[in-house]
Design a protein around this ligand. Structure first.
Ligand SMILES: [Zn+2]
Length: 390
């Protein structure tokens, strides 16, 4: 069995144009565990694509040796619509230019439709419930009739991911340390257990900030809908046995400009080590590296918003440990002649790790997200906020 390449054809939007998504399958279709891994849904975020560029030859090698136990679907650039958005010699890949939607929102919450169909069929056998839910979710997706290219992309990609045991969605930020977003159900909360796929992912990848949504992300991100399907169904049917059958994670692979062969090779090696640790590929993953920082709740994430117009100068770099009250960033009024008085400083509102920021010299406007800090303390002013406000 060698690598299978296949393409998903998207419907034509304007006469004479058409796009397709290039996908690869390693291992055997239907084998378990199944990993679905994609990059560049924000089409200008290439560190994940670079990691996959270096990972795929190793998957071919593992396959040639007969070591792949499960199924691995790799989609290195999942968003050909965003890739084509060239505007005035700039590539704009985060928002769909047709609808101004963020490409990582509005994925399909299948839970209501699935719940309706399985209500009378669920039992106490977790494995049987898993099979039933996966089959039903696929059937719901197959019946959808998406009206355009972007909606078709979402349906077709969810058909590939919905029955996976593991879903990894590779992103990056503008200027960031490696960080993860996941659901609380995936993280071994309140236990001394230093194991489990999510814990191991954070340790293997060397995550510098890991945040969990409680109980699951409410925003319809790609990794959110894949993981939340199980949590939402478990919530809806508390009497049935519905485990978290999919560990789904958004992996933010540092900074947009941080793409190199050296970094790509290292990321590929770390991903492969985790893949082996999950038994998807046979082998010895070696000892689990020490977790660099404990996971923190999403409500503990401090988000710095820009108070006024100006341009930016930061006092800190991503990965920095910060204290509440510490100066993170200046918004500078370029027309003011008063030197330091022209600067409006934005201060950290929690102790934690500054994990993402904009670039020095960027123009800024009121309400713009300037930075994010992962902190342990739940912040009253963040209650009920998703944190996904850009
Ligand atoms: Zn992204």
């Amino acid at each position: 069995m060698s690598v299978q390449r296949f393409a998903i054809q998207l419907p034509t939007m304007t006469p004479g144009t058409s796009r397709s998504i290039q996908c690869l399958r390693f291992g055997r279709k239907g084998a378990r565990p199944k990993l679905y891994i994609q990059a560049a849904i924000h089409a200008n975020e290439m560190p994940g694509t670079m990691a996959l560029h270096h990972l795929m030859p190793q998957l071919i090698e593992a396959d040639a040796k007969g070591l792949i136990q499960g199924e691995i679907i790799v989609v290195p650039t999942v968003n050909p619509i965003g890739q084509a958005q060239l505007v005035g010699n700039q590539h704009l890949g985060r928002y769909n230019l047709l609808s101004y939607e963020n490409y990582n929102r509005n994925w399909i919450d299948l839970a209501p439709a699935v719940a309706e169909r399985i209500a009378k069929k669920l039992g106490q056998d977790a494995e049987e419930n898993i099979t039933l839910i996966r089959k039903t979710a696929l059937a719901v997706l197959k019946e959808l009739e998406p009206v355009n290219e972007l909606r078709t992309l979402r349906v077709e990609i969810q058909k590939l991911s919905v029955d996976a045991d593991f879903v990894l969605d590779l992103h990056c930020d503008i200027h960031a340390a490696l960080h993860l977003f996941m659901a609380a159900r995936d993280w071994p909360q309140g236990t001394a257990t230093k194991s489990g796929p999510a814990y191991e992912l954070a340790a293997d990848l060397g995550s510098e900030a890991t945040m969990y949504n409680e109980p699951y992300p409410s925003a319809l991100t790609f990794s959110g809908v894949n993981g939340a399907l199980w949590a939402r169904l478990a919530e809806r049917f508390p009497e049935a046995s519905i485990p978290q059958a999919c560990m789904s994670c958004t992996v933010e692979m540092r900074s947009q400009f941080d793409v190199s062969h050296a970094q790509g090779e290292q990321d590929a090696a770390r991903l492969l080590r985790w893949i082996v640790r999950q038994g998807i590929i046979k082998g010895d993953p070696g000892r689990l590296p020490r977790l660099r920082v404990p996971a923190t709740p999403m409500q503990g994430m401090d988000v710095g918003y820009c108070p006024k117009d100006g341009f930016l100068a930061y006092h800190l770099e991503p990965g920095a440990k910060v204290k509440k009250g510490q100066a993170v960033c200046d918004v500078i009024d370029p027309a003011s002649p008063h030197g330091p008085k022209a600067r409006t400083t934005v201060y950290a509102q929690t102790d934690g790790v500054l994990f993402a920021k904009r670039l020095n010299g960027s123009l800024a406007w009121p309400g713009l997200v300037l930075y994010r800090i992962a902190g342990e303390q739940r912040l009253a002013h963040r209650a009920g906020m998703s944190g996904l406000d850009d």
